[in-house]
Design a protein around this ligand. Structure first.
Ligand code: NIG
Ligand code: FE
Length: 416
């Protein structure tokens, strides 16, 4: 049974090769008018002139796009969606001049979310995460990556990953699970009788093997940053992850340059994320690799940090740039992914086409899914988002607004 999406003021296809786009491949997002999209089951079967498609599929059921803009469902490739309480008190502390790392040193930050999550049951965490992910979907996201990382014990990490598994079963969105047991060194491993070395060994020899053997994650991620995990520890932990069949991601060069982006490229990580403090050699290393450079402008904005990631330099060097929300209780408590497009244009100085490709095709590439989702083209998964705007440039323009009317994933209703 064919469904025809008709009467859109614009269809933004992002069509092209099913892989990350780089440099000048990001200048055109494929904005078409008088265009319809045909979907059969889970797949897109045709994108073409309105009249032609209507003639071709006379008995098709139709979805009236009501002169809105039809685009690929957005891909948010970096969230920390499993957590308990909000951390609003830290926002005021930062305003008063206490930095992110200083808050962590005082036992707040990630540690505060860890204490909180350890005290909650799987059911409780599920009940908190479900409406949060629904809100993310309501903004046009059809594929979302969700990390664990606020448990930092075997049981609490497994608990978080099982919540993600339950969300996958409950929600139509495509959810990609990531194990982030290396989010921090837990406080109990910082002084005798335990040591950080013991926690690194626990990650390598117990947590990663167990997560992989239970099939609870596709990716392993790590916060590779001065004061958190060192480059050497990152090599060891991600080496173990790779040996157990997990793909790799890194929180890299978020606050200080340390060679983390270069390491991501060297290890063949699927993505290196943050990069606000990336060095020149880091930019060159990513540009010469297949590692997607995922930028999280909401985080720098919310932390009130002066410098955003050098998107222009990365694109000019030929890196594949993606955008993500970093949804988390500490540094980016937003469910509004289109707002990242606003920040991309207004603060990272990306064009609207670049921002859209970064939020669709390249987001999919950051999850190893670019051959399947992220574009409106025959053969791709029928993942679509309909926005109540006439011109796609309005999506970053009406900043902070909610314009997604409906979305579909694998041809089924996702939102609206
Ligand atoms: O991506 N940088 C590390 N992890 C998160 C923040 C986590 C938190 O503060 O709870 C991030 O910004
Ligand atoms: Fe993050």
């Amino acid at each position: 049974m064919t469904t025809l999406f008709v009467n859109a003021s614009q269809v933004v296809t992002c069509a092209g090769p099913g892989r990350a786009r780089r440099g000048t491949e990001m200048t055109d997002a494929g904005v078409l008018t008088n265009t319809a999209v045909a979907v059969d089951g889970e797949r897109i079967t045709a994108v073409g002139p309105h009249d032609e498609l209507q003639r071709q599929y006379p008995g098709a059921q139709t979805v009236d796009c009501a002169r809105g803009v039809l685009a690929p469902g957005l891909v948010d490739s970096h969230t920390h969606g499993i957590f308990g309480k909000p951390r609003h008190e830290e926002q005021e502390l930062r305003a008063a001049g206490v930095g992110y790392m200083e808050i962590a040193k005082r036992g707040g930050g990630i540690h505060s979310s860890v204490r909180d999550l350890r005290g909650r049951s799987e059911d409780e965490l599920y009940a908190l995460a479900l409406p949060r992910l629904r809100r993310i979907a309501a903004h046009g996201v059809t594929t979302v990556e969700v990390k664990s990382g606020y448990g930092l014990t075997l049981d609490d990490e497994l608990k978080s990953l099982r919540v993600i598994q339950r969300l996958q079963a409950a929600l139509p969105m495509r959810i990609v699970p990531t194990f982030l047991g290396a989010h921090e060194i837990p406080l109990e491993y910082r002084a005798a009788p335990r040591s950080r070395e013991e926690y690194v060994a626990l990650l390598e020899h117990e947590m990663i093997p167990r997560v992989a053997s239970e099939g609870l994650a596709v990716f392993a991620d790590i916060f590779c940053e001065p004061g958190v995990y060192t480059l050497d520890e990152t090599r060891r932990i991600l080496g173990a992850a790779r040996r157990h069949g997990l793909q790799l991601k890194l929180h890299a060069d978020e606050l200080e340059p340390s060679g983390a982006a270069e390491l991501a490229a060297e290890l063949g990580a699927t993505s290196a994320d943050h990069l606000a403090a990336i060095s020149e050699p880091g930019i060159r290393a990513l540009a010469a690799s297949n590692t997607v450079a995922t930028l999280l402008p909401g985080t720098m904005m919310f932390l009130g940090r002066p410098k955003q990631a050098p998107a222009r330099e990365l694109i000019a060097a030929g890196a594949a740039v993606a955008l993500a929300s970093d949804f988390n209780p500490g540094t980016s408590p937003t469910v509004n992914f289109p707002l990242m497009l606003t920040l991309a244009v207004s603060q990272l100085r990306m064009s609207v086409a670049e921002a859209l490709l970064a939020a669709t095709v390249n987001g999919a590439a950051a999850l190893g899914l670019a051959a399947d989702t992220g574009q409106l083209a025959p053969g791709f998964s029928a993942d679509l988002a309909l926005f109540e705007i006439e011109d796609i440039r309005e999506l970053p323009y009406w900043y902070g607004d909610h314009r997604c009317a409906r979305s579909w994933v694998r041809g089924n209703a996702c939102h609206g």
